[in-house]
Design a protein around this ligand. Structure first.
Ligand SMILES: Cc1cc2nc3c(=O)[nH]c(=O)nc-3n(C[C@H](O)[C@H](O)[C@H](O)COP(=O)(O)OP(=O)(O)OC[C@H]3O[C@@H](n4cnc5c(N)ncnc54)[C@H](O)[C@@H]3O)c2cc1C
Length: 284
């Protein structure tokens, strides 16, 4: 199995973070993955599946290994049913489905996730999310067992799924989409992408929204009202365009991003009494 030691984090995180990772494994198939999980569990080694690294902040203290499922890239389209491997990229899938006149993934074209990461997080935008189109997910548990979970068993909620709570690895997903014309689908995708470009700092590396919106509030507005737009720790900066984004202006590390997050949480708490929860996941 391919394995990279001392991997540069900037190649594996959309934040393009400074620093290195001890090791990334690249299993070729389910058997290699299952054997690896069992071995790591036996050795009591910490591990995490790496999707596209678009929701991850990795600190210098993280001493686990990562496992990248880029070889899990099967795609099979049969009528309205799409079976796709967990390592497949979501924007590419949205395009492939549009080409087949299949609608349901228009919201996803600007989300730089893998399918596995999108299921784990129930990724969504514009009032849509993965839960609207999932039929079932094949997972591997940490004892090496394979199970097929239907939509109900996945406990999909706001940026949440059972994968987060039961250490399950997504192997493959079946989506159920609807027929529509290519023109209609492309038009919705185009409008969503324009909207993102206008509101989000896509010109800099980031990992999307940093904090969850507290009920009834916009996290970005609260950060802006706290006067934090443009505030920096090292090269990690609160975006001038959208205050709920932290952008990497050059050589930011995961530790810089984490320090900035703590400062934002403290300042907003002092001003409003609201404690922000991060939407991004921290590996430390
Ligand atoms: C510019 C930009 C815009 C964004 N916009 C949105 C948006 O509109 N909506 C939204 O919801 N998110 C958005 N995000 C955040 C991010 O893309 C999502 O959270 C996405 O779901 C993360 O997927 P990933 O493959 O990059 O996962 P990673 O960041 O690599 O990992 C995130 C978590 O998923 C787990 N994971 C990954 N693959 C698997 C698997 N196969 N099995 C089990 N667990 C797995 C990882 O272990 C980790 O815990 C945006 C990010 C960026 C950079």
């Amino acid at each position: 199995m391919k394995k990279i030691n001392n991997a540069f984090l900037k190649n594996y995180t959309t934040y393009k973070l400074e620093g290195k990772l001890a090791c990334i494994y690249f299993p070729e198939n389910v058997k290699e993955l299952a054997d690896l999980i069992l071995k790591l569990n036996e050795e009591n080694k910490k591990y995490k599946i790496l999707g596209n690294g678009s929701n991850l902040i990795i600190s210098s203290s993280y001493n686990g290994v990562l496992i990248k499922l880029e070889k899990f890239d099967k795609l099979d389209i049969d009528g309205n049913l799409v079976t796709v491997g967990s390592g497949y990229m979501l924007p590419k899938l949205a395009l492939m489905c549009a080409n087949e006149n299949l609608s349901g993934l228009e919201f996803a074209s600007g989300i730089p996730a893998t399918i596995g990461g999108a299921i784990y997080q129930n990724a969504g935008a514009y009032g849509e999310a993965m839960d609207k189109i999932i039929k079932s997910v094949t997972v591997l548990d940490d004892h090496g067992n394979i199970k097929v979970l239907n939509k109900e068993k996945l406990q999909l909620g706001y940026r949440d799924s059972i994968l987060k709570h039961e250490n399950l690895i997504c192997l493959e997903v079946v989506l159920e989409l609807k027929q529509d014309s290519y023109e209609n689908i492309k038009c919705r995708m185009h409008n969503n992408l324009l909207n993102r470009k206008e509101k989000q700092p896509l010109e800099y590396p980031s990992a999307g929204s940093v904090f969850r919106n507290p009920p009834g509030y916009s996290a970005g507005k609260l950060i802006e009202d706290a006067g934090l737009k443009g505030f920096k720790v090292g090269d990690a900066m609160v975006s001038l365009k959208h205050a709920n984004f932290i952008v990497n202006m050059g050589r930011a590390s995961g530790d810089d991003v984490l320090k900035l997050i703590k400062i934002i949480q403290k300042k907003v708490k002092e001003k409003t009494g609201i404690l922000f929860e991060t939407e991004q996941e921290v590996l430390e």
